[in-house]
Ligand binder design. Sequence first.
Ligand SMILES: Nc1nc2c(ncn2[C@@H]2O[C@H](COP(=O)(O)OP(=O)(O)OP(=O)(O)O)[C@@H](O)[C@H]2O)c(=O)[nH]1
Length: 297
Amino acid sequence: MTRLLVYLLEDCDEDQYLFQKMMTSDTQNLFSVSVFSELNTLDKAVQACIPDIVVTDLNLIESSGLDTLLRVQKLAPKSAIVVLTGKDDEDAIKAIQLGAQDYLIKSELIPSLIRRTLLFAKERFQMNAALKEHSLRDQLTTLYNRSAFDNFLHNKIQTFKRYGESFGLVFADINEFKSINDNFGHMAGDKILKLVADRLAFFNRASDFVARVGGDEFVMILHKVSTANELNQFIESKQKHLNNSYAIKGAKGDVVNIDVSLSFGGAIWGVDDVQSAQELYALADERMYVKKRRNLD
Ligand SMILES: Nc1nc2c(ncn2[C@@H]2O[C@H](COP(=O)(O)OP(=O)(O)OP(=O)(O)O)[C@@H](O)[C@H]2O)c(=O)[nH]1
C-alpha cells in the first residue's frame, strides 16, 4: 500500500516535534509527513504535490481560528483536513461544521489515535467528494445537471468581473423529441439522449462545460469566446457532428435508425447586452427558439 502523504501546518517547534514523533513511531508506516510553518510554503507544496491529508493548527502567528481553516481549505481543496487544536473547544466543533473531516487534541495525541483519525478523515473526504460529484450529475447522461450549471455560470461571471474574460453560452434543444418517444418508445428516447450527450461532450474542448438542463435541453459554456463569429463557428461544427441519423438497438434487438436534429442558439457574456446569468440564459434560449422555428417551418 502506498503511504499517504500528510502535510502538517504548525508553527510551534515543540508541537511539530511531538506530532512527527508520534507519526514515526507508527509501526504500520502508513504516512509520509512533511511539516510547514507558514501558509505560503504549504501552498507551494500543495501546488507541487497534492497531499491526501492536511493537518493544521488553527492558531498560527499569521492567522488565527477558523480563518486558518478557511485559508487551508482554499489552498488544498482536494485534501482531507484535520484540525489540530489545544483543547476540545467550540472552534474544533465549528471546524467540523465548516467542512474539516476531524480534529485532534494536542494533549491527547497517541499514535493509534492519529492513525485512525487520519485514515477515517481520508475515507470521509473521499465519500463526501463522491456524493457531491454525484449530486452535480444528470443520472441518465452523466453530464452535469442544472444545479452544477448554475454554479459554473455564476463562477464564470465572477471570473469575468475579476479578469474580464468573456465566454459564450450555447443552448441546444432536440427538435421534436416528443415524436421520437412517441414513435420509438421512451427507452429509445433515453438512448438518443445519451448519444446526443456523448457527442456534445466529445466534440468539445476539455475545458468547456456541458450540462443537461431539461428533458431534451443542453447548455455549453465556452471559455474565451468573444466574437459572434467564433460562437457561430462552434455552433456550425456542433450541427455538423450532431444532426445525423443515430443507430440504436430496438426493443426486438433489431437496429433502428432515427434521424435527430438539434437547434442551437448562443450568447456571449461581455459582448451581448445582458446583466445577469438569467438574462444571458434567456437570450441564448430565445435565439435557439428563433432557429428552431426556422428549422421546423
Ligand atoms: N425518453 C425520455 N424523454 C424525456 C425525458 N425527459 C423529458 N422527456 C420528454 O421530452 C419531450 C420534450 O417535449 P417538448 O418539450 O414538447 O419538445 P419537442 O418535442 O422536442 O418539441 P420542440 O422543442 O418544439 O422541437 C417530452 O415528451 C418529455 O416527456 C427523458 O429523460 N427521457
